[in-house]
Design a protein around this ligand. Structure first.
Ligand code: GDP
Length: 198
């Protein structure tokens, strides 16, 4: 898959607005500010693809990006936990995201983006639980790894890998990543290839 070829397809506020449920998709999830947009931009080598700036109007939408292969897509799920969002919007968000995760047949795996300095917050635990219940493959991206020294970054990764494998077994993989240093990009691409290629 040529991730550099990613281009915006559409945004969906509701499930019925998503592209037809055929082909193969990988969805990126994460708490707001975890570094999800930066990771997608780095993966696709496209600084504008997932706008790093977040306007309240955009945070609620599911964004679809087409890749060079027919029917193969990247999906940017709404960032979770945006502090200024009112409660009713959070409820809508959960319902909306839950619906996508439960019903989307072409979803091959979830990339869960966490700030390596603050891993496994409540939202992340919820996503892990969801992956366990639905037996969905999960790839954890511990991003902003450049914020830690190599040793602590590595031990955080190994500890989390062990914890998650105890719950999810072979369904889960964990890696460090840095959008700033472009570290871990090949590893991420290999995992996505594994999910997206027939
Ligand atoms: P999102 O809300 O999850 O999409 O997060 P963003 O991609 O917008 O990133 C949130 C903040 O973290 C921004 O200020 C980014 O510049 C910063 N950031 C993202 N990735 C990295 C990284 O790998 N290293 C460092 N040092 N900062 C990062």
């Amino acid at each position: 898959v040529h991730y550099n070829s990613a281009r915006f397809n559409k945004s969906a506020a509701k499930l019925h607005q998503c592209p037809e449920d055929i082909g193969a998709e990988v969805a990126f999830a994460g708490r707001s500010n975890a570094g999800k947009s930066s990771a997608i931009n780095t993966l696709t080598n496209n600084g504008k693809l997932a706008r790093t700036s977040k306007t309240p109007g955009r945070t609620q939408l599911i964004n679809f990006f087409d890749l060079n292969l027919e029917g193969v897509r990247l999906v940017d799920l709404p960032g979770y936990g945006y502090a200024k969002v009112p409660v009713e919007m959070k409820v809508h968000w959960q319902k909306h995201l839950g619906e996508y995760l439960e019903k989307r047949q072409c979803l091959q795996g979830v990339v869960l983006v966490m700030d390596i300095r603050h891993p496994m917050k409540e939202f992340d635990q919820m996503m892990v639980e969801w992956c366990e219940n639905s037996q969905m493959p999960l790839h954890v991206l511990l991003t902003k790894a450049d914020k830690l020294k190599k040793g602590p970054a590595q031990s955080t990764m190994l500890k989390l890998r062990k914890e998650l494998q105890a719950v999810l077994g072979d369904l889960v993989t964990v890696q460090t990543f840095s959008a700033l240093k472009k570290q871990g990009v090949d590893q991420l691409r290999n995992r996505l290839d594994h999910w997206l290629l027939p």
